[in-house]
Design a protein around this ligand. Structure first.
Ligand code: NDP
Length: 277
């Protein structure tokens, strides 16, 4: 049976084995998908051992997404722009890397949540790996403006400069810190790509950023109403979503890349959803 895995540290929390097993069952694909915890200094050695044992591909999660790019022989343009890969495929002696986080996000927003992106005012909170992976696919969808705000505003600036150097985001993409966000308000879509919700911490957001029709989207999943979603709710927002759909959609993109068949994501999202209460 073809073998796949997700590699991270820690890895016990990962929903990827369940998601890919459900996909394999639904599409009639014969494969085995496991979770592997690599030592912090042993990502490449763990991958080498998995390949030697017949592994066909892996998903990569924290903290190895940067190392995954360095390991691969070929890196897709979007993974290069993100500076991180979340999926590898082993093609004989060669290894190819891609990053499906951003396309998974865009698909969840546009297909599952019915949120248009073209011509919309979008605020992306955070400048870490998840934000980097989201930027190019969001820009490709044609928003009117895309503001990146980060606690450390210099990181948001650096990110925007990196994309500008690649000829991306001109006249659309800008960066700022939280204190000046009110000047850009309100937004049609606010995406929380920070790790604040993981630590149950609120963000210093002025209430003006939220409008009556804003979609507030937290990339964190499985935590119910996060402090960010509560802030949005307190400002009158009724359209709230967590990142489960993004997780399942990026998994479906990876599955299609590996197996040539795209699974239906709706039943898996329905099975794994946690109510936002
Ligand atoms: P990183 O560690 O790379 O980045 C963390 C970011 O969060 C930085 O911008 C950091 O700001 C910011 N941050 C952390 N704590 C706070 C706080 N208390 N207040 C304000 N900003 C804060 O993490 P990732 O980018 O990899 O992940 C971010 C989130 O996205 C995680 O919660 C992760 O679970 C989620 N995620 C979800 C996915 C999905 O499929 N749904 C996929 C990938 C990630 P600063 O630079 O100032 O320190």
């Amino acid at each position: 049976m073809d073998r796949y895995a997700v590699i991270g540290h820690p890895i016990g929390h990962s929903k990827s084995p369940l998601i890919h097993t459900l996909f394999a069952r639904a599409t009639g694909q014969a494969l085995e998908y496991s979770a592997i915890e690599a030592p912090l200094d042993g990502f490449a050695a763990t991958l080498d051992a998995f390949r030697a044992a017949g592994g066909r591909g892996v998903n990569v999660t924290l903290p190895f997404k940067l190392e995954a790019c360095a390991y691969a022989d070929e890196v897709s343009e979007r993974a290069r722009i993100a500076g991180a890969a979340n999926a590898l495929i082993f093609d004989g002696a060669r290894c190819r890397a891609d990053n499906f986080d951003g396309v998974g996000l865009v698909r969840d927003l546009t297909v599952n949540l019915g949120q248009p992106l073209a011509g919309q005012r979008v605020l992306l909170l955070g400048a870490g790996g998840a934000a980097r992976g989201a930027l190019q696919p969001l820009l490709q969808a044609g928003p009117a403006c895309l503001v990146v705000a980060n606690r450390d505003a210099t990181k948001a600036d650096d990110l925007v400069r990196t994309l500008a150097a690649l000829g991306l985001g001109h006249g659309v993409l800008s960066a700022c810190g939280y204190p000046v966000l009110a000047q850009h308000a309100p937004f049609d879509l606010i995406i929380n790509a920070t790790a604040a919700s993981l630590h149950a911490e609120p963000l210093p957001l002025p209430p003006q950023v939220f409008g009556p029709h804003t979609l507030a989207y937290d990339m964190v999943y499985g935590k119910g109403l996060t402090p960010f979603l509560r802030q949005a709710q307190a400002a009158g927002v009724t359209r709230l979503a967590d990142g489960l759909g993004m997780l399942v959609e990026q998994a479906a993109e990876t599955f299609a890349w590996w197996r040539g068949v795209r699974p239906d994501t709706r039943p898996v999202i329905a099975q794994l959803s946690v109510p936002l209460t």
